[in-house]
Design a protein around this ligand. Structure first.
Ligand SMILES: [Zn+2]
Length: 169
């Protein structure tokens, strides 16, 4: 038994209302723990001192007056159910849980959404060259619309052909 558990049981131990098993466990702890033993001693002395005080009788009609006053106190107005549930959801201790729930929802959406197909198979070298030439044509026409596009394309194709020939050698 640790100190926290022993201290929770000390009041019942001093009052003599603890089960025999717990009395044994508390006494084992008190034999080993000087701090809790001192606390039990102080508690026993305090209970003894209070029990020796003279009993004071309540004034006549005290119980009836107390009951009337308690009835006259209006209960706090009940909050609307949706306000209470909103307050419950936004309590600080639930914010991490709500964040984790949101992250799970995003992850599930990412996993369940249809993904785009992986695309066409890798193109052959000739197809890659054709794509490169188309791209170069577009780039040339976009950079200088007044240039002779046919001549520029021819020059670009010639340089690409030289590069390809260089790679082959
Ligand atoms: Zn202790």
């Amino acid at each position: 038994m640790n100190c926290e558990t022993a201290r929770q049981l000390l009041s019942e131990y001093v009052d003599g209302t603890l089960s025999a098993r717990n009395v044994f466990r508390v006494e084992c702890h008190l034999a080993a723990c000087h701090t809790c033993a001192a606390l039990a001693h102080d508690l026993r002395r305090t209970v003894g001192a209070v029990s020796r005080l003279p009993a004071i009788a309540a004034p006549e009609g005290f119980a009836e007056r107390l009951a009337r006053r308690l009835q006259s106190v209006e209960p706090a107005p009940r909050r609307r159910a949706w306000v209470a549930s909103l307050v419950e959801v936004l309590r600080p201790r639930l914010v991490p849980a709500m964040g984790a729930l949101g992250a799970c929802a995003v992850l599930a959406a990412l996993l369940l959404l249809p993904r785009p197909s992986p695309g066409p198979p890798p193109a052959s070298e000739a197809e890659q060259q054709a794509a490169t030439h188309r791209l170069q044509s577009v780039v040339l026409s976009a950079t200088d619309p007044f240039e002779d596009l046919a001549a520029a394309n021819l020059a670009a194709h010639a340089s690409t052909a030289e590069q390809t020939a260089g790679r082959v050698q």
